[in-house]
Design a protein around this ligand. Structure first.
Ligand code: CA
Length: 674
């Protein structure tokens, strides 16, 4: 599960920009005993196969005995061989080697500690697994590569503000019969071209190309716990925030979860198809907690080490899901870093979205970004800069939104713009700037300048944040909705109960216009471009497909909405003024018009001047009217060409010329240029 709770207070604010150079240390008295464990960072952890045989290595410094079980099958049956492993005190690992290349076989480890044998585990580094992830699988990875894989590459990214993120779930995207996709709910769904809705509108990967997003962010695709992979006909749905094996793909998204190579190959085929379409692939990673506590692979290999605890030894629970992991301990820190490196190298992943990132420490996140940059400078790393509960990790070490300036090449979600534009995330009826609630103007402006210091933004009036926490727009991801909480459509239905859907669609256009023209990186939730809803369910993490699947017939029905989103994306791509790369640039080129929000609420107007960021347009005037009344605005002297007006958009500014006093229609944006 995923939480959106924002834990913040002024006390968390730490001045100074330098990286913290603390050494990893445990924080509770209980956890201090783990700090001096010997660590091991070799790339042969778990399993390696070479000409001399098949080699196993498990890190478990305090184990009294460890055995390796070898199996013919991924589930059921007894081991055909059980081998005692040998301890290496200097690095805390246990090893065993077997003659021959055991491709096709499966394995588990069993650890004895405190005089007790723990349950079998595939270890923490299983890169291929049998059904339901209970046993590691020995496969030849060179045989899992699709044709042309060695030349496969994601899109090159010069600045992270050029990225346009589309957040999706495999089942949401393809399960509906209206998708016209054959491999419903599978990795392979994204490899199918030429699919259409019953009305003949493009679906699947062709829809993504039509829309123009640069990256898809796919909800957890590593092996998670909640879906029974041996019983797929039940069509169990889950978001996947319940990690089981961090380094193997989820089986239920493959066409055959019992064949370990299939899930690997099909995930790669998905990545390749998206890359061939010019689209990057971002993985949602959830290293912050495990699905199970004592039953997790972490606990079954090195009891106590990988999770944090309070002084009395209880699991601490900053995830709100029963436990939290300990990135500030060296072996766990290395684990996270090596795991993302593995996905980047083996699967060509283009970005990572860290769930509840503030459970991790800033030093770990800095190392994550630095290591990924060495592999591919285009890799985009961002996360939720909050936790869902208190943690023993001191606040100044947490990778919080408020600490983002202490991190390099890491971005955080802006809950400022999210809640200010559409209303509070957890109060369904609450309205925001785009739906006529006054008092959110300054917080929307914080979003527009990507939470950087700006001479005209008064952070003391911010609803959530009280200081410019971002040192650069590349540290901010702007959004109004995601998989969490109500979809934008449902939010608008609940907060505008007396309005028509037409009026709500106008509000949705305005909300997304604010996001897509703001500095920082825009992020949207799949299906909002066709006014997709989830029948009012706000936490649909295990709701059936009938709630979660996108109905692609909405595309023809709401074609105007789709065209508007497409236009917004094209406008952003063509105009670097909306994608400035430094705080100084924004402070210099983005000028707000003085509007008395007490007298004229829900109106924001600003200019992007002097060919901002090398834009071909000399001056761009952006006006947002979130009220249900038309507003008169006086344009500066001269003739202006309209790019956005009355719910229509033309990235080439062909919507007519304007000058002098103009009327901005209710709940709409007016964007003009000269
Ligand atoms: Ca699974």
């Amino acid at each position: 599960m995923n939480k959106t709770m924002t834990i913040l207070s002024a006390a968390l604010i730490v001045s100074g920009m330098g990286h913290m150079c603390h050494t990893a240390s445990a924080r509770s008295t209980y956890d201090q005993k783990f700090a001096d464990y010997p660590t091991y960072n070799g790339d042969d952890l778990e399993l390696s196969v070479d000409a001399t045989g098949t080699h196993f290595r498990l890190w478990s410094p305090k184990a009294e005995e460890v055995v390796l079980n070898l199996y013919d099958t991924g589930l059921n049956g007894s081991p055909y061989e059980t081998i005692p492993m040998t301890f290496h005190k200097e690095n805390g690992t246990w090893t065993a080697s077997v003659k021959g290349q055991l491709y096709g076989k499966f394995y588990t480890f069993k650890v004895k500690q405190y005089g007790k044998w723990l349950a079998e585990t595939p270890g923490v580094w299983a890169k291929a697994v049998g059904a339901n992830g209970k046993r590691g699988a020995i496969i030849d990875f060179s045989k899992t590569n699709p044709e042309g894989w060695s030349q496969d590459k994601g899109p090159k990214v010069d600045n992270f503000s050029d990225v346009i993120v589309y957040e999706m779930h495999h089942r949401d995207f393809s399960m509906s019969p209206t998708s016209g996709i054959a491999n419903k709910g599978k990795f392979l769904a994204l490899t199918e071209h030429g699919t259409t809705s019953p009305e003949g509108e493009k679906t699947g990967i062709d829809h993504l190309k039509e829309l123009g997003v640069t990256h898809v962010h796919i909800l957890p695709s590593y092996d998670y716990n909640s879906v029974d992979e041996t019983n797929l006909q039940d069509n169990t749905y889950n978001w996947g925030y319940d990690p089981q094996n961090y380094n193997a793909p989820e089986g239920s998204y493959s066409t055959n979860p019992s064949d370990p190579g299939t899930r690997v190959r099909e995930m790669k085929e998905m990545v390749k198809a998206l890359h061939d379409a010019g689209i990057g692939v971002i993985m949602d990673v959830v290293y912050n907690h495990t699905a199970e506590n004592d039953g997790s692979n972490f606990e079954l290999t090195a009891p106590g080490y990988y999770h944090r605890h309070w002084d009395d030894g209880r699991y601490s629970d900053a995830s709100g899901c029963g436990n939290e992991t300990a990135s500030d301990l060296q072996q766990m820190r290395d684990y996270i870093i090596n795991s993302v490196k593995y996905w980047a190298n083996e699967y060509h992943i283009d970005g990572f979205r860290f769930d509840l990132m503030a459970i991790h420490d800033t030093e770990t996140m800095n190392q994550v970004a630095a290591e990924l940059k060495k592999i591919n400078p285009s890799i985009f790393v961002y996360g939720e800069g909050w936790t869902a509960g208190d943690s023993p990790l001191p606040a100044e070490q947490r990778a919080l939104k408020e600490n983002v300036a202490k991190m390099t090449d890491i971005a955080v979600f802006s809950d400022d713009i999210r809640d200010a534009v559409k209303g509070h995330y957890s109060n369904a009826e609450d309205r925001g700037f785009a739906t006529g609630k006054p008092g959110n103007e300054e917080t929307v402006k914080i979003g527009i300048v990507a939470a950087t210091a700006h001479p005209q933004v008064n952070y003391s009036k911010g609803n959530n944040s009280k200081f410019p926490y971002a040192a650069s727009p590349e540290m901010i991801v702007n959004y109004v909705s995601c998989h969490d909480d109500l979809t934008l459509t449902d939010k608008l239905r609940k907060s505008m109960p007396d309005a028509t859907d037409e009026e709500r669609m106008a509000a949705a256009k305005l909300a997304q216009t604010i996001v897509f023209t703001s500095q920082g990186t825009p992020f949207m939730f799949a299906g909002e471009e066709i006014f997709r809803d989830k029948k009012g369910v706000h936490n649909s993490y295990k709701s059936p497909d009938s709630i979660n699947a996108i109905d692609w017939s909405l595309k023809a029905a709401n074609r105007d909405q789709m065209d508007y989103y497409k236009g917004l994306i094209a406008l952003r791509k063509e105009h670097p003024a909306f994608r400035m790369t430094s705080a100084d640039q924004i402070a210099k080129h983005l000028v707000f018009d003085k509007i008395d929000s007490e007298k004229t609420p829900n109106l924001i107007s600003y200019t992007l001047k002097d060919n901002a960021n090398g834009d071909s347009w000399k001056e761009i005037k952006v006006i947002f009217n979130g009220s249900d009344q038309p507003r008169e605005v006086k344009l500066p002297k001269g003739t202006w060409q309209a790019a956005v007006k009355d719910g229509k958009i033309d990235p080439n500014a062909g919507l007519g010329t304007l000058s002098g006093n103009v009327t901005v229609s209710p709940r709409s944006a007016l964007i003009v240029k000269r």
